[in-house]
Design a protein around this ligand. Sequence first.
Ligand SMILES: C[S@@+](CC[C@H](N)C(=O)[O-])C[C@H]1O[C@@H](n2cnc3c(N)ncnc32)[C@H](O)[C@@H]1O
Length: 276
Amino acid sequence: MSTTSYAFGEDHEAHKQLSLRLLTKDANFILPYLKPDSYILDVGCGPGSITCGLAAQCPQGHVIGTDSSPSVLEKAREDAKHINNVDFRHGNIMDGLSDFADGSFDIVFCHQVLVHVSDPVASLNEMRRLAKPDGGLIAIRESLTTLWHPSNPVLEGSMGWMHRAFRAASRADNSELGLETGTNLPHIWAREAGFTGESTVLGSVSGEAVSDKESREQRVLGWRYLSAEGSSFRDHLIRAGATQKDMDEITGALEEWKDSPDGWQLWLSSEMIWRK
Ligand SMILES: C[S@@+](CC[C@H](N)C(=O)[O-])C[C@H]1O[C@@H](n2cnc3c(N)ncnc32)[C@H](O)[C@@H]1O
């Protein structure tokens, strides 16, 4: 089975940032659908902080996290070593998760992964294969777009660069979605995967706002880290066509935004659940 590296990097800092994600903060849309004994697959689980949150909500159930990056799975196993109803397996959704039989899971869950894979539609089809035929759910949360205040064309264009870099990282050649505007359209992936209105259980949007100075500073530091010499994400940006000038423009615009007393960024994500 093929391995991949996480587009934002594989080092301690990248894993630490992802570990800050929590079920109750980032993915609470799934909470009403969890049962104490749910059997759940978390596709692209990363360091597993959300996976462990799912396990805590399902004490008589079991959660399996899969990810295509061996190093992130090491961190997940280490962090979850005292939790007995979760385990982690290597798996690349693009190769098919053949360790698991058709119709195995009550819930096949996937948080902020489809933008990183080479074929989101094929991934959704594989997720549907793995959900139980009698009421199994497929649940995703995927980044949609970001809004900035004060508005600035460089910042608005910066998400397009992020997406082009993700595409360069996953070597996708099948989808142009979001490359210019940085706006994803996961409902199109869903339609192409054959999820119809009838199978839709939930379609909603949630967002996180960055508005205080400290969080704005974190955003700038995050970008500086991603675009610094030696960062793997910088390599993806360059492969996607970004020049040093493009990166410097984004840094300058972010610095200006950070110092604006009313500076604000809203990151919107789409949350969708379907019944198989
Ligand atoms: C943005 S992180 C999300 C991690 C976790 N779901 C969360 O929200 O905290 C994306 C994860 O998807 C994994 N990933 C990327 N391509 C994948 C693939 N083809 N199959 C499985 N996992 C993949 C990456 O290794 C990374 O851990």
